[in-house]
Design a protein around this ligand. Sequence first.
Ligand code: FAD
Length: 336
Amino acid sequence: MRVNIDDYRGVWVYIEQKKGQLLDVGLELLAAGRDLADKLEVDLCGVLLGEEVKSLTKDVFEAGADKVYLIDDPVLHYYRTETYMTAVGDLVRKYKPEIFLYGATSNGKDLASAVATDVLCGLTADTTLMDVDVEKRLFEASRPAFGGNIMATILCKKHRPQMATVRPKVIKRLPLQAGRTGEVIEETINVKEEDLQTKVLKIVKDAKKAVNLEEASVIVAAGKGIKDEKGFAMVRELAETLNASLGASRDVVEAGICGHDHQVGQTGVTVTPKVYIAIGISGAIQHLVGMQNSELIIAINNDREAPIFQAAHYGIVADAFTVVPMLTTAFKEALS
Ligand code: FAD
């Protein structure tokens, strides 16, 4: 069904919360949304759903939103596709935003795709760059395509809203503006608990998922150059010495040397630590997109032509099996 696209105005950001705590990604997206809204001369709006979450609107305004659409209802206590999709879909139908951004978290991706099928609009996944053609009011969502060999800019010309998911840590948050406020628009959800097909009985934490690369300030990452489990153990020892998290390229994960939780890159996690040490990683584009915004990148590789050196601030052209144990010993001494 075609919509009248001229009826749609405003930039929206889905503000995800978990147990009453805002996820950083929503606040990061407000920075991108602010830029788009200013160019289009429209309001930047947050969409906040949950139970007893009204107090969170303060942070959303301080992070740059002009308005917050709020639905506060016990039925929204847990994320469930049916309730959240209905709530957001109804808001979209009523208020008609032209652009709508979501964090590419598990729930954000689920919600965005459900809303896209509900309101019948397009959705660009894992967007890394955003801009807008102001004259045509067209959102330009760019992302790596064809194995990362090209950047594709995706347009949604005939439907609204123009939606995208963006991974956590891709956008830098704006500094909070203390005391900044805005308008809260409270809405209700027309769904009752007894009408729902799903009930959340218990949340069970995945005991295996102990790796939290996204939050790490130092990451030591292993590539195929470390060869096998023995080489990985050598890298792990350096990571432990530095109290760092352990990352890996996809080739190391696919070789079964470590779990997917460790994978950095296009099909792994995006990280922005203070220090990223890449050991035996060539620097394929699919790896670089996941770590190139790290504050300091140090690469160790025995091939001086390896592309990782283009992204690195410091490079060590050497055999990892010689230099990594030397670094571990030196750091152990320095830190003891
Ligand atoms: P290689 O490219 O084989 O590099 C090994 C490096 O080790 C070389 O540069 C070599 O010079 C160096 N080396 C060898 N021996 C030594 C030594 N003794 N000392 C020091 N250095 C040494 N990759 C990811 O990492 N993350 C992703 O999320 C990801 N997603 C992908 C998604 C798609 C759709 C596709 C098509 C690919 C994806 N890839 C991803 C794979 C990616 O293209 C590369 O194949 C991968 O990153 C290469 O891993 P690597 O650098 O460990 O191995």
